[in-house]
Write a protein that binds this ligand. Structure first.
Ligand SMILES: [Zn+2]
Length: 186
């Protein structure tokens, strides 16, 4: 399950883009993201490169603006449901940017960030919904402050600036999957 902040079923790739949370006991919100590099292309190495700090800015014209950008997420779920974890959950990943959750700013401090490989308008895959629901369930069971009501999209905590995971993400479907077998009913 979750050991020392790492999901046992995930492929472990420790990103240098992380630091300490100001309050490691406050892990209380899950943020869902969508990402693809280049936009709309799936399966390549570039999202992984971005999170690991090894993205070659010359590999694609769109990557120039990403040069020097230091970002990460706790987890990345590929189109086939493959799960990769970059940052242990007790540490702070750099995924939210300028953000606001119910009046609280600097959401990286107290959130877990999960990236789905996709775009705002391409339906996410069944494998991704299954994997995300399974991971979310484990996180809710493991972290006392996190509940099923505290799951939001990047677009909700950084409106105007961010649009992911977008209208393609079916919240109702995800919540339904999550509620099946949820042990902690809060
Ligand atoms: Zn995002």
């Amino acid at each position: 399950m979750i050991k020392n902040g790492w999901l046992e079923q995930a492929q472990k790739r420790e990103s240098p883009h992380a630091d300490e949370r100001p309050d490691p006991s406050d892990i209380s919100v899950l943020v869902v993201h969508g990402i693809s590099l280049p936009a709309g292309e799936f399966g390549g190495p570039y999202v992984d490169d971005l999170f690991m700090g090894t993205l070659n800015p010359n590999a694609h014209p769109d990557f120039a603006i990403l040069d020097g950008l230091r970002v990460s997420a706790h987890c990345f779920i590929r189109r086939n449901g493959e799960l990769i974890q970059y940052v242990p959950f007790h540490r702070r990943a750099w995924h939210a940017g300028r953000s606001n959750y119910c009046g609280r700013r600097r959401c990286n401090d107290f959130t877990i960030g999960i990236e789905l490989e996709g775009t705002d308008t391409t339906p996410y895959t069944n494998e991704q919904y299954q994997c995300l629901a399974q991971v979310a369930r484990q996180l809710i069971d493991h972290y006392p402050a996190l509940t099923r009501h505290r799951i939001v999209g990047h677009e909700h905590i950084a409106p105007v600036r961010k649009t992911d995971p977008g209208p393609a993400f079916d919240w109702k479907r995800f919540k339904q999957l999550l509620n099946d077998n949820l042990t902690k009913k809060v």
